[in-house]
Design a protein around this ligand. Structure first.
Ligand code: DGJ
Length: 724
């Protein structure tokens, strides 16, 4: 039983294969956190919850049992003596926002309850066990139910909270985080993924500052800038060894992960919806459910933490027939043609790419309405038959006749002012009456909280899917939300719009998938602007960045791999000079970097040289050869991109095969590069592609010392197979 309750200690023990999470109910019925870290036996841990903070200005609860400010609180409340960052703040009908939740009851059961209308991890009764704790504020009648699900196979805990108004008066939620985690004392570094358009998810590690530190978004989307993730690493933790705690929020909207460390290093982490621009009105009897938050503990460093996230998200978050199926090797026309195409151009790209082994043609932006540029057409989801004579049905049939699949781009949430949809329904946008609307990429944002808007989008998309054979949709989203107000919400609920937008987005995605269960969705937001776990629930792969330069991609894919599995990281070979950086690197380098993701091409294959086409055939053969080890193997990051070199390897789960990729970013006058494998079985014997044979122990400890001299931006792969 991974979840245990001790009557004697009034303590809960949540155990994963290698970690324990412990808290207890104290004499005042507060939930007090005791421990989170490497697995421990079930002992009385209450003494470990004493904080050594400065007690001088702390206050005690009226029953004198607890000073919440210097007690590790399991789910911290605002305004009742806990002066640190708090997870919950409810304004009651009398206007006061002091909140005080105490334990009422709990239950433990096998399995994981599904969430209403929101993405979440899932697991069978054999895989998961859940603890549900009811807490109540006896003054306001608000109830908070805390859910903890423990996975049998992963060192991960999924958490969320449901708030219910069990009183006969209205109340307002002002902040409701999904989790609050107290971390044991230590010297902590914080790691996070920051970026911008075309520079997404760069990993930064730095000393955790005292005071409050926030990683947040208030753009209406998780965004390019701060991915909804942090990790806490002991100062001595490396890629391979040491304590690492990962915090990941399954949410695509305004998120917030805050840490607060006091003078003695006592540390709290809260993770959930950003309270800025958030509120939720609860009438008597109504409930609110937070998004799900996932915490991972690893004693095997940053790499161990990442591998847990990879497996959990690949197997227990991604869904549908494509989750572990081999994805079609695609060619996307965006960088090949931009808006400048017709049906013959697209057909010829498909035909020539198909002859080289590509399996699907994806038609990107520009096939609908008056969409000859990015200033018009969004919202008019009707094929432009002047451009595509015979329509999508004919084009799709011709592409299928080549033995290929067909995919299509949409940007459902957006509208150009120059569109028939806007002319007919200007009120369907997010807008503040009387205030001019900000514009981004010449477009406004549709009000996804409105059912009529979602119905229109569903009908358009479903109609297209019914009239042409389409196996894949790329779902784009190219600006963030401003003047976010809905024409349909009353004034007292306008601060619900950001969250309602996200719920509306989820509903439309779900509806589309329910109606088209075999569809493969690829998420996108101006590259990887909404690359978050929630989107992976709907789209098992995500366009990682509009920056397709292989050298830039080293940083982007390295950072993305901190949390997200390779099977989610969409990566393409594009033309050179690269359209974003003007850099030219070889076809081989572009392919070797793109292989560390869902491989594909994004160029005009009809303009390629015969030599490059021959290279492309070889690359496609390698893609098939290495698919399983890359997509189902475990990732070991060997050398982070450091401006000089970068290397990683994949090892199959049974440790019978491994593939190492080494990139020389900047060469020096030296004859050899050195790198060591990780993750092999030391006692197995492996042979590389040149016939060199060593034990796993030698490949990992002595490493490789024979790579040929390399030039700037070149790559080298080593493929090991076990010899029995
Ligand atoms: C942004 C995406 O990231 C690109 O791949 C492409 O689909 C364009 N939008 C099309 O407008």
């Amino acid at each position: 039983m991974p979840i245990l309750y001790s009557e004697e200690f009034k303590s809960f023990y949540l155990n994963t294969p290698n970690s324990s999470y412990v808290f207890h109910v104290n004499d005042g019925n507060f939930l007090v956190h005791d421990y989170y870290g490497a697995k421990i036996p079930m002992e009385d841990m209450k003494a470990h919850s004493l904080m050594t903070g400065n007690t001088g200005f702390s206050v005690k609860s009226a029953d004198l049992t607890t000073a919440p400010d210097i007690t590790p609180m399991e789910y911290s409340c605002n305004g009742s003596g806990d002066f640190r960052i708090s997870a919950l703040q409810i304004r009651e009908a009398r206007g006061n926002a002091s909140t005080d939740m105490r334990y009422v009851s709990h239950k433990i059961y096998r399995g994981k309850p599904t969430m209403k209308d929101q993405p979440a991890t899932y697991g069978t009764e054999a895989e998961t066990e859940t603890l549900e704790i009811l807490t109540r504020d006896s003054v306001t009648g608000a109830e908070a139910t805390l859910y903890y699900t423990v996975f049998e196979n992963y060192d991960a805990i999924a958490r969320r909270v449901k708030i219910t108004n069990a009183s006969d008066k209205e109340m307002d939620l002002e902040r409701v985080y999904s989790s609050c985690t107290e971390i044991p004392f230590g010297n902590w570094d914080i790691g996070h993924l920051y970026g911008a358009w075309a520079r997404e998810r760069k990993f930064e590690r730095k000393e955790l500052p005292r005071g409050i530190h926030s990683i947040e978004s208030k753009r209406g989307a998780s965004g390019h800038f701060n991915n909804p993730f942090i990790c806490l690493l002991d100062r001595n933790t490396t890629e391979d060894v040491g304590d690492a705690y990962g915090f990941s929020l399954i949410y695509s909207g305004n998120c917030s992960i805050q840490t607060e460390a006091n003078v003695d290093g006592d540390l709290r982490v809260i993770m959930g919806i950003n309270p800025t621009d958030f509120g939720w009105h609860l009438n008597p009897g109504e409930s609110f459910e937070t998004p799900e938050a996932v915490t991972v503990y690893s004693a095997d460093g940053l790499g161990g933490m990442s591998r847990t996230f990879h497996k959990l998200y690949r197997n227990n978050l991604c869904r549908g027939p494509w989750k572990n199926a081999k994805r079609p090797l695609l060619i996307n026309n965006w960088e090949g043609t931009y808006f400048n195409f017709d049906e013959e151009k697209i057909y010829n790209i498909a035909k020539q790419a198909g002859e080289l082994g590509v399996e699907m043609l994806v038609l990107d932006d520009g096939w609908f309405g008056a969409r000859d540029h990015d200033r018009a057409g969004l919202g008019d989801w009707f094929v432009n038959e002047e451009k595509l004579k015979g329509g999508l049905g004919l084009l799709s049939d011709r592409i299928h006749a080549l033995g290929m699949k067909f995919g299509l781009w949409f940007e459902p949430e957006m509208i150009n002012p120059d569109s028939d949809l806007y002319r007919a329904h200007p009120d369907w946008c997010l807008r503040v009456e009387g205030r001019p609307m900000s514009i981004g990429r010449n477009q406004y944002v549709l009000d996804m909280s409105r059912k009529d808007v979602r119905d229109y989008l569903f009908d358009c998309m479903d109609n297209i899917l019914k009239h042409a054979k389409i196996e894949y949709i790329k779902w784009d989203f190219n600006r963030n939300l401003s003047e976010a107000a809905s024409a349909l919400l009353p004034a007292e609920r306008q601060n619900e719009i950001f969250h309602r937008y996200v719920l509306g987005l989820y509903e439309l995605l779900e509806r589309l998938l329910q109606a088209n269960p075999d569809l493969l969705l690829e998420g996108c937001s101006g590259g990887g602007g909404r690359f978050d776990p929630a989107m992976l629930y709907y789209s098992p792969q995500y366009w990682t960045s509009d920056d397709t330069d292989a050298i830039e991609r080293l940083d982007i894919q390295y950072g993305t791999s901190i949390v997200y599995p390779t099977s989610a990281i969409s990566s393409h070979v594009s033309a050179c000079p690269n359209h974003q950086t003007r850099r030219s690197v070889s076809m081989q380098t572009r392919a070797d970097v793109a292989l560390a993701g869902t491989f594909g091409y994004e160029l005009d294959v009809t303009k390629m040289s015969e030599e490059d086409k021959e290279e492309m055939k070889k690359q496609i053969a390698e893609y098939h050869k290495y698919y399983d080890v890359i997509h189902f193997g475990e990732l070991y990051r060997l050398i982070p991109p450091n401006g000089e070199e970068c290397a990683w390897c994949y090892v199959s789960e049974d440790k019978s095969e491994a593939l190492l990729t080494f990139v020389c970013v900047r060469c020096h006058p030296k004859t050899r590069h050195r790198v060591k494998f990780r993750g092999l079985d030391p006692n197995k014997t492996y042979q590389d592609q040149d016939g060199t044979v060593h034990s796993g122990s030698v490949w990992m400890n002595a490493g490789i010392n024979y790579m040929p001299p390399m030039q700037d931006h070149t790559t080298f792969k080593i493929h090991l197979t076990e010899i029995k």
